[in-house]
Ligand binder design. Structure first.
Ligand SMILES: NC(=O)c1ccc[n+]([C@@H]2O[C@H](COP(=O)([O-])OP(=O)(O)OC[C@H]3O[C@@H](n4cnc5c(N)ncnc54)[C@H](O)[C@@H]3O)[C@@H](O)[C@H]2O)c1
Length: 368
């Protein structure tokens, strides 16, 4: 099976490879050796979680053996709750107890939770070690492993503490996706759909054409969907590494309503992807009023999300409660609620929307 390589080249950063392919965990060490050549690691620490460890920790260790240095591992409890200060402190203490040094390398083997926490542990221990991302969920392959955002949650909100640290290398071994359940699969598909709408006609219509094959996990289509999403994310991040130039915001398409649904329904009730998909449906309709979004796009996106296993949610709440939840989101604390609106495929706008317009559209959308 073919493997493919995307180079992430961000101004001011060392370019790094995202390698995508089936079975590529097996030669991770061989591929990493030249990347780490300038400072071969005295020790590698794999950070993983309790679901992934029994499935892929041994394979990851075997893949890294070619580097010929001692390999330690830490297993976190699976789930979003692990992305917290207590678990992070345990990881820092374990890193110290293991004698990690400035030349050590952290390998994040898992989904976005492991990637974010291990990335932040690596970014902060001894003021920063090198981090290698080995994403094992579809979402982490297409989104969180690329772009350098790391961090943890606080009681006060998600991802409130963190830093930017680009990984030295990303290894997306698609065979590990075989054990991912339907909910997590659809979750990753939502981020792929999001990327396609924001990116281009080429990506969007390719995805529309191949949506049922992606839902069935056809290996060639999975590989191409991941590669296209990584190319998209790499381009966005290259233009706006730290979300300060108004470009990286496009990655929040669907997230304004999506975050509000997650918060109001209770975290975990719906997957992040299912909530984002609902947010994309809503944002496209809001776009019809505010950004000239064509009806054809609204309908094509609806059909795409249906096909990817992301149906309309059987959920609603009073429009005022949804608006209040949007305003509590950290991205909107400074004033009016902002939406990424697709004026058309590949053409997005970041628009501050007044309360009345949001309420009116929420009532229309949720049929109040
Ligand atoms: N850094 C970023 O740019 C960025 C972007 C998007 C999301 N995120 C973060 O990512 C996190 C969500 O990531 P996620 O969706 O990967 O969730 P996750 O890491 O919790 O993984 C989902 C579940 O799948 C399990 N799992 C992982 N790989 C598996 C495999 N191959 N087979 C079977 N089970 C497997 C995990 O143990 C977990 O139970 C959130 O914390 C979010 O904030 C970060």
């Amino acid at each position: 099976m073919a493997a493919t390589r995307v180079v992430v080249d961000i101004p001011g950063e060392r370019p790094y490879d995202v390698r995508i392919g089936e079975g590529i965990l097996a030669d991770l060490g061989t591929k990493l050796a030249p990347v780490l050549e300038a400072q071969p690691p005295s020790r590698i620490l794999i950070i993983t979680d309790s679901n992934v460890a029994p499935l892929y920790l041994d394979a990851c260790k075997q893949g890294l053996a070619a580097l010929g240095c001692p390999i330690s591992d830490i297993t976190l409890p699976a789930g979003e709750e692990a992305k917290c200060i207590d678990v992070l402190a345990e990881v820092w203490n374990a890193m110290a107890a293991l004698g990690l040094a400035r030349d050590s390398v952290v390998v994040a083997l898992g989904g976005g939770v492991v990637g974010d926490l291990a990335g932040f542990a690596g970014a902060t221990f001894m003021r920063g070690l090198r981090v290698v991302q080995v994403p094992t969920t579809l979402l982490s392959m297409v989104d969180s492993s690329v772009g350098g955002k790391t961090g943890i949650n606080l009681e006060a909100g998600k991802n409130l503490v963190g830093s930017f640290l680009q990984p030295s290398y990303v290894c997306a071994s698609t065979d590990v996706l075989a054990t991912l359940d339907v909910r997590e699969w659809a979750c990753g598909c939502a981020e792929i759909a999001k990327a396609s709408v924001i990116d281009s006609d080429d990506f969007f219509f390719w995805l529309v054409e191949n949506a049922s094959l992606l839902a069935e996990r056809n290996p060639d289509v999975v590989l191409e969907a991941i590669a296209r999403s990584v190319v998209f994310k790499a381009n966005v991040v290259a233009q706006d590494k730290t979300e300060s130039r108004g470009v990286r915001e496009c990655l929040n398409y669907g997230h304004t309503l999506g975050h509000a649904i997650e918060a109001l329904a209770g975290y975990g009730t719906y997957s992040h992807g299912a909530a984002v998909a609902e947010g994309m449906r809503f944002a496209a309709r809001l776009g019809q009023t505010l950004a000239g979004t064509p009806l054809e796009l609204v309908e094509a996106q609806d059909a795409l999300l249906d096909e990817l296993g992301l149906p309309v949610l059987d959920w609603s709440a009073p429009a005022e409660d949804i608006l209040a939840a949007m305003k509590r989101d950290k991205k909107n604390r400074q004033g009016a609620v902002r939406f990424v609106l697709p004026a058309d495929v590949g053409q997005w706008e970041l628009t501050a929307v007044d309360d009345e317009t949001i309420l009116e559209h929420l009532r229309l959308y949720f049929g109040e």
